[in-house]
Write a protein that binds this ligand. Structure first.
Ligand SMILES: C[S@@+](CC[C@H](N)C(=O)[O-])C[C@H]1O[C@@H](n2cnc3c(N)ncnc32)[C@H](O)[C@@H]1O
Length: 328
């Protein structure tokens, strides 16, 4: 739905097709490449749609490394991450501890660094206050309905939820391969700690043809399904459904109607939620085979696997994760 996100995806696709691996990693791994203007004008821009060109004509300097700020510290969430890093560097003076914990060789070492050096500076009264503000949460992409989902189901509310989630990331999950948090805390990935599309062997596979399988559509899920009328066997819905769950209930029902109408019989549907409960999905009513049914009657949840994977989620900022199979 967000054209900026698809513009970014188009830029990545163009870069996979047009750049050598070192330049590709410099751009999307390190988040900066000084010759970006030349690369953009000469090779990347011509390989993109008019909408994406219009976006990058205004923003390609995000990658130029100006004022030593990486691409990953641009945009509104990026700006927030950059502020957090300024706080770490200038106020808490904790850069060495952050580097040490990112390079720790074991969970025990992470725990010891966190307890002795990071916990005391992370959870001040001011930080807790900040985390309770809607303005702060919207900067990191958590809108009001999502906050309400958490407040309903988590003892201690959203601030405690964030604190517990961050504590799990730092003291119970390995940080060595946690590229999600590395990029937030440093503004870049490393060659051994990065999303799989950035690894040299996968870059070659993408360039060798896999890249042609990606198509982008800037639309809501409902618009995409009803306008293109595809048959879909895998839906990865992320967390957007709870954005619809409070004030836009009819939109949620339309979306599930479209999903049910366009799902193959063996379809699998993945989503996650800030809240711990899924009742907002289960009670949605749709028409199926001429009868009105609740969505819960049409799905078979794979709870064991979903809970196991959720406990290991390296982002760890969601309340629940769901895998559902069409059970019709
Ligand atoms: C957690 S973000 C993921 C963003 C993106 N995949 C990325 O990695 O940067 C979820 C995104 O879902 C999109 N979204 C919200 N409601 C939607 C809807 N009804 N249909 C399709 N996408 C929606 C928004 O653009 C939002 O940014």
């Amino acid at each position: 739905m967000n054209p900026a996100q698809n513009s970014l995806l188009e830029l990545k696709l163009a870069a996979i097709r047009e750049l050598e691996y070192d330049d590709f990693f410099s751009m999307f791994g390190r988040g900066r490449i000084s010759k970006v203007r030349g690369l953009y004008a000469g090779t990347l821009r011509p390989a993109m749609s008019p909408g994406a060109r219009e976006y990058w004509d205004r923003h390609i300097d995000f990658f130029s490394g100006e004022r030593r700020r990486s691409f990953y510290f641009r945009g509104s969430s990026g700006w927030f991450a950059w502020l957090v890093n300024r706080y770490i560097d200038r106020v808490a003076r904790a850069r060495d501890s952050i580097e040490a914990i990112l390079h720790a060789g074991s969970i025990e070492e992470q725990q010891s660094i966190y307890e002795s050096q990071l916990r005391p500076i992370f959870w001040t009264k001011f930080v807790r206050w900040l985390l309770g503000r809607d303005a702060t949460l919207s900067l990191v992409g958590v809108p009001r309905p999502q906050r309400e989902q958490v407040e309903k189901s988590y003892v201690g509310g959203i601030a405690k939820f964030v604190e517990d989630s961050i504590e799990t990331v730092f003291t119970r999950l390995s940080l060595q391969d946690n590229y999600f948090w590395r990029v937030c805390l440093t503004g870049e990935y490393s060659p051994t700690c990065c999303p799989v599309y950035l690894r040299a062997d996968n870059f070659q596979r993408l360039r060798g043809g896999l890249v042609d399988r990606v198509s982008t559509h800037t639309a809501s899920v409902t618009q995409f399904l009803t306008q293109q009328s595809p048959l879909i066997s895998r839906f990865v819905l992320l967390d957007h459904m709870e954005w619809l769950s409070t004030s836009r209930q009819p939109a949620l029902a339309q979306e599930w109607q479209a999903i049910v109408d366009h799902a193959t019989p063996d379809a699998r549907i993945l989503w996650r939620s800030g809240g711990l409960l899924t009742d907002f999905v289960d009670r949605v009513r749709v028409l199926h085979d001429g009868r009105e049914r609740e969505v819960a009657e049409l799905l078979r949840y794979q709870r064991g696997l979903a809970d196991d994977l959720h406990a290991r989620d390296r982002v760890h900022s969601y309340g629940s994760f769901h895998i559902a199979h069409m059970a019709t």
